[in-house]
Design a protein around this ligand. Structure first.
Ligand code: ADP
Length: 463
């Protein structure tokens, strides 16, 4: 990457320097020449006009004008007859007049009488045109380019030196930029390799470049998540094996007791069998929770929504807790509106309500009372469900955390409660998948309320 970046940057600088040099090279000479050309044209036109206006009587005037123009333009101006004599300015003379005339005529061969021609000579730029001055004459204006040509050459030489220096500097800068860009990426990939080998204590270092810094942040975030998930897995294994061990020990102990002690005593046997059934139920619950969580984690848990009677469905779920009312003195105070319909995954909502009511049962106060309500809220087009208990409640700091995986508030409750810390995590995921509003309100010592807003639908709605 380092080399390729450097190569690309360098090629880019080379292209730019080359273009700039190339363009400047031609501009430097071209600008001077085109300026002189237009000055030659103007001077030529002016001289021709003066000649045609004042000739031949005003020869001194014309002579004066030409001399002034020569001085102003730093050029040589001659009016030459076809025989090769210079007739203006007065004192001028011309060597090789014949040859000059031939040369001028060769330049004017293909143009008509009134057209002037500008052409390059040896280190000079020349203007020629035909003029009537009693006879047919030629006007020659010659501009020496020796100085300009040598200046242009010097400028071009400087241009080459400057371009070469710029190019070398560009190569060096390219190298350092390439180095600066690739070094953090190289270090990140080395860090990622360490992480792949199981070291999550590594840190991806951010740099000055925003994108690279963002990449470092994302990788750090990914690393933290992987680390968390690793910790979760370890905790899951530890929690689950611990939670599985307790009921299994109980089941084994009570089965042995039935075998050895209570087998013939129907009352005791019944009592011991009930403990075994309870513990087996707890085991089933735990295994189901773990299965649900793994389904959520692997995202294979899909939601199958349909319209159903939430009122009747709720009564059905509550009836599963009848045994607690009958055998353990729990009371369920219900306030449920009739025939409320909603659109959701019935089975999953069953799980949600069951988990919330179980928690209320587990964590309610000495009065062993749980309040369940399902009320229609037609103004907001929703059904408000809530489960309330009278237990110790949940402190503000814990109110957010209870929805996390394996989170269990480390506090004394009215009864020793055995849980996995997975129930509310499952509830949260199911409700999020439905996009239903839900939450928990609680105050220390005043119990808790867990609530959900279901959408209201008509029983006959097409889905
Ligand atoms: P658990 O199996 O431990 O009940 P949950 O995910 O259902 O797992 O609950 C997480 C934690 O939230 C519980 O351990 C408990 O500390 C707290 N919690 C849940 N429901 C209540 C409640 N109704 N009253 C007080 N605390 C609760």
């Amino acid at each position: 990457m380092n080399f390729r970046l450097w190569l690309n940057f360098s090629l880019f600088s080379l292209l730019i320097v080359f273009l700039v040099t190339f363009i400047s090279y031609f501009i430097i000479g071209g600008v001077f020449t085109s300026q002189i050309q237009s000055r030659l044209e103007t001077t030529g036109k002016d001289v021709i006009e003066v000649i045609s206006r004042y000739q031949p009587a005003g020869a001194p005037l014309i002579d004066d004008y030409i001399k002034q123009a020569e001085e102003r333009e730093d050029a040589i101006i001659l009016l030459i007859t076809k025989r090769g004599e210079a007739i203006l300015p007065f004192e001028s003379s011309l060597e090789n007049g014949d040859e000059v005339v031939k040369f001028i005529e060769s330049k004017l061969t293909f143009v008509d009488d009134n057209t002037a021609v500008i052409f390059n000579g040896n280190d000079s730029l020349n203007y020629v045109a035909q003029v009537d001055y009693g006879e047919k004459c030629y006007l020659l204006i010659r501009y020496e380019l020796t100085l300009i040509n040598s200046t242009t050459r010097t400028l071009r030489n400087y241009l080459f030196i400057i371009s070469s220096v710029v190019l070398v500097i560009a190569f060096i800068i390219s190298y350092s930029v390439a180095q600066k860009l690739s070094t953090p990426i190289k270090s990140m990939s080395a860090t990622a390799e360490k992480m792949a080998k199981g070291n999550y204590e590594v840190n991806f270092v951010a740099t000055d470049y925003q994108e690279v810094a963002q990449l470092a942040d994302t990788l750090n975030y990914a690393k933290d998540e992987i680390k968390k998930s690793e910790i979760f897995q370890k905790e899951l294994l530890a929690n689950v094996s611990h939670d599985l061990k307790t009921p299994l020990t109980m089941i084994k102990a009570y089965a042995s007791m039935i075998k050895e002690i209570s087998g013939d005593n129907p009352e005791k046997r019944e009592q011991h069998l009930n403990v075994i059934i309870d513990e087996a139920d707890r085991l089933t619950g735990l295994v189901n929770d773990v299965l649900n969580v793994s389904k959520i984690s692997s995202n294979i848990d899909t939601i199958n929504k349909k319209v159903f009677n939430l009122t009747e469905f709720l009564y059905g779920v509550i009836s599963k807790f009848d045994y607690l009312r009958e055998t353990q003195g729990y009371s369920f105070m219900v306030d449920i509106d009739t025939d409320l319909y909603t659109f959701a995954d019935e089975e999953k909502i069953g799980q949600v309500i069951y988990n919330l009511v179980s928690n209320a049962v587990n964590y309610t106060g000495e009065d062993k009372t749980v309040y369940i309500s399902l009320k229609n809220d037609p103004i907001n087009d929703r059904i408000k469900f809530s489960v309330k208990d009278t237990g110790v409640g949940i402190s503000k700091e814990n109110l957010h955390a209870i929805w996390e995986r394996y989170y269990r508030v480390k506090e004394e409750h009215a009864r020793p409660v055995k849980g996995s810390g997975l129930g509310l995590y499952i509830v949260k995921n199911i409700l999020n998948k439905h996009s239903f509003e839900f939450g928990a309100d609680s105050e220390k010592g005043k119990g808790s309320i867990f609530w959900i807003n279901f959408p209201t639908v008509s029983p006959n709605i097409e889905t």
